[in-house]
Ligand binder design. Structure first.
Ligand code: GUN
Ligand code: FE
Length: 451
């Protein structure tokens, strides 16, 4: 595959690079072999050769390439209840809306219907990699992994563990700690096997829902699995999400949930920790030293967290940070929405929301994220945190990309001059694009969306 086009990719946390009519040469494994600029001596010859072989594709003027987005926190079954129930606090919402919804996914036909729709929807808005919670039911969870493989999305998928009979309803929980651990191990083996037949990869994830829904026995057993399957499986859970959840760990253990996850062997360089709002300096150090990633879910946090996660501070502390939609705690399934909300929330943290305080005393200085910061977190940052060559349009990376058509008739972006600065075009795309603007999406060199 040889693709010629202009577009944007993160260079650092602060800088986005514009490339102008670059020629991307992509090998049969979907990896970018080289990126040639128009003044490169090989450019004309490579382009002519690709045209001859019928593998050349030019991105139209007014359309721009971006790396595919990486959504590291999605509850796939909650797509069925998306947009509802957000007027309750987290601990009420779980029992009243979420557990009844998730219990339905033991029905594999229903699971198939919802998962197919969600994965297609996410791909069509440019999300090329996602880390999913499925449900407690192993077989229903496998349907999600199969759908991602079939539709071409790179997915990380977890069978959810919630075994504590005191904390979870009888109709929706693991039969016992032992059963939860065995089912998780079986799921890891099944997904690893499925991955063999996929071009883009599908990865098993050890998924204790969060500390309040698990017994110590289950957490310890999952920690042992995490060590045993270190190179095969990721780990995901919720950490320090809300006042209630953060306080819960202190009450049960006298320690933070970060500390306890670490002690159980669940906080490693493979850990994907949703929310991470209430981290202490000490917790932040554990993240930075292990290489675990904090997944920022800014829209969901506006409903459930009771605070804005200090992402600028996390980045400055050298932590990995990624972004998540948190469907359906956040109702927006596309990461354009999450990027915008990350910037908006950070600005409110910086300037403050309580007008009864004096100017200068309302907010937290140095909290604002730039659009470039948020774009980095949604692309290159997510890729780095997973240790995978994704999230950048550079040699050596997978060809996971989206084409944004700024001139699409029903969704034209306000670009009126021929010589608009490219940095303005970038900002207009990230702030204003709607799903109609996204015309083509590739994952690992395979075209998965074409509108
Ligand atoms: N904590 C435990 N389960 C959940 C969930 O499904 N969504 C969110 N946002 N937080 C959780
Ligand atoms: Fe969540």
């Amino acid at each position: 595959l040889a693709i010629e086009g202009s577009g944007f990719t993160s260079r650092t946390r602060d800088d986005v690079q514009y490339f102008d009519h670059s020629l991307f040469l992509i090998d049969e494994h979907g990896i970018i072999q080289s990126v040639l600029e128009p003044d490169d001596e090989r450019y004309q010859a490579e382009r002519a050769q690709a045209q001859e072989r019928g593998i050349y594709h030019a991105i139209a003027e007014g359309s721009y390439l971006l790396p595919g987005f990486i959504d590291l926190h999605v509850h796939a079954p909650q797509w069925a209840q998306d947009g509802t129930g957000l007027d309750e606090p987290l601990e009420v919402w779980l029992g009243k809306y979420t557990f009844p919804t998730e219990a339905k996914f033991a029905d594999e036909a229903f699971a198939h219907k919802v998962y197919e729709d969600l994965v297609s929807r996410m791909l069509s808005t440019g999300t090329t990699t996602a880390s999913y919670y499925a449900t407690v039911d192993r077989k229903g969870s496998l349907v999600l992994a199969q759908e991602a493989v079939r539709l071409g999305q790179r997915a990380l998928v977890g069978k959810v563990v919630m075994d504590d009979p005191e904390a979870n309803p009888e109709y929706y929980r693991d039969a016992s700690a032992q059963a939860a651990i065995e089912e998780t191990e079986r799921f890891i083996e099944e997904v690893a096997e499925l991955s063999q037949s996929s071009v883009q990869g599908v990865y098993p994830v050890i998924t204790p829902r969060f500390i309040p829904s698990c017994t110590d026995e289950a957490l310890r057993g999952l920690g042992e699995l995490a060590a045993h399957y270190h190179d095969v499986a990721y780990i995901q859970t919720h950490c320090s999400e809300s006042d209630w959840e953060h306080g819960y760990a202190y009450e049960r253990y006298g320690k933070s949930d970060t500390h306890m996850l670490h002690e159980f062997g669940l906080l490693t360089d493979r850990s994907i920790l949703a929310h991470s709002v209430y981290l202490s300096e000490e917790d932040m150090e554990v993240y930075a030293q292990t290489g675990a990633v904090a997944v920022h879910c800014p829209l969901s946090n506006a409903f459930f967290a009771g605070s804005v996660a200090p992402i600028r501070r996390y980045l400055d502390a050298g932590m990995h940070v990624a972004i998540g939609s948190d469907i359906s705690g956040g109702y927006n399934p596309d990461l354009y929405g999450a990027i915008r909300q990350a910037v908006t929330s950070s600005r409110m943290l910086e300037t403050g929301v309580n007008r009864d305080l004096a100017a200068g005393e309302r907010g937290v200085a140095n909290s604002a994220l730039t659009l470039n910061n948020a774009f980095y977190v949604a692309t290159a940052g997510g890729g780095e945190s997973l240790g995978l060559p994704i999230g950048r349009l550079e040699a050596g990376y997978a060809w996971d990309a989206q084409v944004v058509d700024t001139k699409f008739p029903s969704a034209r972006l306000p670009i009126f001059e021929d010589n608009e600065p490219t940095s303005d075009i970038f900002q207009k795309i990230v702030n204003l694009a709607v799903p109609e603007n996204i015309r083509t999406v590739w994952v690992q060199g395979r075209e998965v969306v074409s509108k």
